[in-house]
Design a protein around this ligand. Structure first.
Ligand code: EPZ
Length: 420
């Protein structure tokens, strides 16, 4: 297994190019199941989760061909509708094939995704919505067995909780359904918006894009002609690099970024004393005279994203004062705290609330990554920790960050990927 050896950085400088969004790519790859033509996707981030989903589609019989900065997918050759445990357990977002496969083929079996480090991650809301659309769903031997031999029909779905992949699954199922589906309490994340926009451009009538109420008029199993499209920039990768600039109090510029998608993150950084300059697709962070403490509550978009919680917790160790960070979406998303405490961070956990006292000088040591965003928090801490920090189990990072160490090197970080 690889590990990252990172030396303390005095300050960073330069420009980093943001890759396509992992969490936009996954539903958009699943959406290719709804197409009659070969679908071309560019600006696709070459990270492990994307490779896993493409492998799953290949296992079902689709043909995926990598092109220079993306992939083309032909799903006309799909001849299986079962997503097996071996692949689903490595990437729970495999659940995203359920809606499209069910609406196109009338049956689908997906291994229950199970939980992960950050929480239980149930899919009950996905299943309840598909049942309302006429599917019969049984759970047998750890598998979701979904059937809709007559096809799915439009329904009025009200999500008890806002669910990002739940919204994506139902939007895709509704695209081929017979009739109109409304989704109330829909997720409004930019990744869901792009899925809706691509479907709308492919002939699916969708109203309310970007709002909490979506209305989708299905094509009644008429497959879609999907034009080539480019994945939107990854706002969480971008936020992570902004935190790299912030934690080292440096000036760095992000290229190919969508500042619109980062307002909740940049406004919190401004509260901490940082400032920004931007153009249409670049964003520069400027140092703070003094890094101020912050209060954060994670909520659904457009509020502060849970996927940036770990990174801000690491940053808060460098603020002068007491920061309060509350995690409201996942029940176990503080796995990074114990490792940060081992580096000397003064953090008190009380249920879902972390209290961080700063400024503390962190010390480099060996630390263990536990989940994707927790790992990025450890990398950020390593930038300011005395000496050398070795971050182990970085396969977690490889799930969602394109060439992290190379991008940090371009910013002046002394970081190497080594073999255990
Ligand atoms: C998506 O996960 C993202 N993953 C996550 O990013 C992100 O943290 C999360 O949304 C929240 O923004 C992808 O898009 C692939 P949810 P998702 O369904 O869709 C509960 C990363 O680091 N819930 O919006 O699985 C659930 O337990 C990853 O890139 C149910 O109770 O999250 C959670 O408390 C981590 N029943 C809340 O809703 C359901 O059927 C939000 O979950 C579905 C969800």
């Amino acid at each position: 297994m690889d590990y990252l050896q990172t030396k303390q950085s005095t300050s960073l400088s330069g420009t980093v190019t943001i890759s396509g969004a992992k969490n936009a790519s996954l539903p958009l790859i699943a959406m290719s199941i709804l197409a009659k033509n070969r679908v071309t996707i560019t600006n696709l981030p070459k990270v492990a989760d994307i490779k896993t989903l493409l492998q799953l589609l290949t296992n079902l019989g689709a043909e995926c061909v990598f092109i220079d900065d993306g992939v083309t997918i032909d799903t006309s050759t799909i001849n299986k509708t079962t997503a097996t445990y071996d692949i689903v357990r490595t990437m729970r977002a495999s659940i995203l094939i359920l809606g499209p496969i069910l609406s196109r083929f009338g049956h689908c079996e997906v291994s229950l995704p199970g939980g992960c480090a950050i929480g239980q991650r149930p899919v009950d809301l996905h299943l309840k919505a598909l049942e309302q659309m006429g599917a019969t769903i049984e759970i047998k031997a750890g598998y979701i067995q979904a059937k809709a031999p007559q096809g799915l029909k439009g329904a009025n779905i009200i999500f008890d909780k806002i669910t990002v992949t739940g919204t994506a699954n139902v939007v895709m199922a509704a695209a081929l359904a017979n009739g109109v589906t409304t989704i109330t309490n829909a997720a409004r994340e930019p990744e869901v918006v792009q899925l809706c926009e691509v479907l709308a451009k492919s002939g699916v009538k969708i109203e309310g894009i970007g709002t909490a109420i979506l209305t989708i008029t299905g094509t009644n199993k008429e497959l879609l002609n999907i034009e080539p499209f480019e994945i939107i920039p990854d706002r969480i990768e971008a936020g992570t690099y902004l935190c790299a600039g912030a934690i080292t109090n440096s000036t760095i510029t992000l290229k190919k970024v969508e500042p619109e998608h980062l307002h909740a993150v940049t406004s919190k950084l401004e509260e901490m004393g940082f400032s920004f300059s931007s153009t249409k697709d670049t964003l520069t962070i400027h140092p703070a005279k003094e890094i101020l403490p912050v209060r954060i509550v994670t909520q659904e978009y457009p509020a502060f994203p849970t996927d940036m919680q770990a990174q801000f917790l690491a940053l808060a160790t460098q603020a002068n004062g007491v920061s309060i960070i509350e995690e409201r979406l996942f029940e176990n998303r503080f796995m990074h705290v114990s490792e940060l405490q081992r580096m000397g961070a003064d953090i008190t956990l009380n249920g879902h609330i972390a209290t961080v006292k700063g400024k503390t000088q962190l010390s480099g040591t060996d630390v263990m990554a536990t989940d994707l965003r927790a790992s990025s928090a450890l990398v950020l801490a390593a930038l300011v920790a005395n000496g050398t920090t070795n971050i182990h189990r970085i396969y977690h990072l490889d799930r969602g960050y394109v060439e992290l160490e190379k991008k940090l090197e371009t910013l002046g970080v002394d970081i190497q990927r080594l073999k255990e």
